[in-house]
Design a protein around this ligand. Sequence first.
Ligand code: SF4
Length: 287
Amino acid sequence: MLALSAEGRLPKVDYAIFADTGWEPKSVYAHLDRLEREIAKPAGIPVLRVTAGNIRADALDPQHRFASMPLHILNQDGKPGMTRRQCTGEYKIKPIKQKVRELLGYPYPSRIPKGVFIEQWVGISTDEFHRAKDSGVRYMRNRHPLIDMDWSRADCTRYLTRIGMADTPKSNCLGCPFHGNAQWRHIRDTSPAEWEDVVAFDTAIRHGNARANAAGHHLLGEAFLHRSRVPLDQAPIDHVTAAERAALASDEADELDELENGVADGCSPWACRGDADHSPDDFGLTA
Ligand code: SF4
């Protein structure tokens, strides 16, 4: 959307905002720099990088209140579970809202007058139109220009290829538990230092987040990054196991795709799944 706007195929945006969890792959930061240098700057569009901290460091810091990642849990009775996802709201949505309020001239907790709002574009294509949502606050109105243009994911890929951005990487945390096998293999096979980093993190969160442990709230079970609930460096990331296949429900093709390519509704602000939802009032405002 930034490129389409810079090219004049969409109206010119005032800003582009990137919510940085502090733990994106190197390739994402390199791509963002390139986008900024080659597309945004020449078009006069500022790229604003906002952050609520470093999600990896926060998870391991006993002093820090940690907004939980969706970790795969193996309970003491052997049953699988997951921790509730709060990180999308905390590390992506919250800092974006904070910046928008600042741009509007009404930083939290000042009250934003009725009728004052920005238009926010969310990059959802036609094949995922069910993810299109309202912002939940009256000072941000969501629009979905790719859907308005009737662009599918394939249209986006074709366009990116035409403008020399075919290698656009997927933005999400390096150690996001929503990764499928393909993402884990990609890290392992292309970036040994990043693989070491995620394996070390996986080991470090085995007994839950540091703050909860320091406060005596020990996890009754073990936490893992890989859905198999096996330590990442031993997890079956090269193939779907017989047990995983046996556990699949009726819509097998979709589920198989998720095991390989990760959770499709991953972690896009304003386009994520139910329990990643944020309170519409988390900045003291309701529509
Ligand atoms: S990419 Fe994953 S770990 Fe990172 S904020 Fe999103 S859901 Fe949380």
